[in-house]
Design a protein around this ligand. Structure first.
Ligand code: PGA
Length: 247
């Protein structure tokens, strides 16, 4: 499984960041999972510099710009330069701060141009009885991927993150049946958007209140390829318990 730890802005002190990094490195050695840490940008260079490659790293976002006079922007090239392998793009917390589908598409282009593997977040705000939420997922995927060449689309990892399930508790997260249905639906949309049989290799993750108490249930029988973990990744013992549940 691919387990992406999205630290968001929960971790603000280097000692805590180092602790979770060391625990993650141990977990990556002990288990068959790929563990990707997405720390706040300033911490990235501290870890990637050591070339301890059992753990991989992701940017939480990349700039839509290519560089230049853009104060405060962190470009995909800058992330790639410190050894970052992945980039989370289109997270709902970035969309809430103004990332439109068009900006998300641009960021995908920037990430791929620098060799970063994009983790594209999509997810409905709420569920309605008529299945309109499925249309919104299709729309997000279609607009985001339409900016890419067909062969580039196959490199994108999709993270399904329903907004209503983010930052809650395991009890309020998605049911395994609803997740299985959505994973199938996303794969179906990807077969329409990707060339030939390349969508068969597409990976789809789930994020939204994944905790030690529900991760096993969500992993079994849902068809998911991994998880994007928020709050449960910002505490070393909780994150270790979560990964061990999957092993
Ligand atoms: P959560 O966050 O696990 O805290 O719900 C997931 C995410 O937003 O990526």
């Amino acid at each position: 499984m691919l387990i992406v730890a999205n630290w968001k802005a929960y971790i603000e002190d280097l000692a805590k960041a180092k602790k979770i990094f060391l625990v993650s490195r141990k977990l990556a050695r002990e288990t068959e999972h790929t563990i990707v840490l997405a720390p706040p940008g300033p911490f990235l260079g501290v870890f990637t510099e050591k070339k301890q490659s059992e753990v991989m790293f992701a940017a939480q976002d990349v700039s839509a710009t290519v560089g230049g006079a853009e104060t405060g922007e962190a470009t995909a090239a800058a992330y790639a330069a410190v050894g970052t392998a992945y980039a989370i793009i289109g997270h709902s917390e970035r969309r809430a701060r103004g990332d439109t589908d068009a900006i998300v598409a641009e960021k995908l282009v920037r990430a791929l141009a620098q060799g970063l593997i994009p983790i594209l977040c999509v997810g409905e705000r709420e569920r309605d009885g008529e299945g309109r939420y499925l249309g919104s997922i299709r729309e997000e995927l279609t607009v985001a991927l339409s900016a890419l060449l067909p062969n580039e689309r196959a490199a994108v990892i999709v993270a399904y993150e329903p907004l209503w399930a983010i930052g809650k508790t395991a009890a309020e997260s998605i049911s395994v049946n609803d997740l299985a249905e959505m994973i199938l639906y996303i794969h179906k949309v990807l077969t329409e958007l990707l060339p030939g049989k390349s969508s068969a290799k597409s990976r789809v993750l789930y994020g939204g209140s994944v905790e030690p108490g529900n991760v096993r249930m969500l992993a079994d029988n849902s068809g998911v390829d991994g998880f994007l973990i928020g709050h449960a990744s910002a505490d070393a013992p909780t994150f270790a318990a979560l990964v061990r549940e999957l092993s």
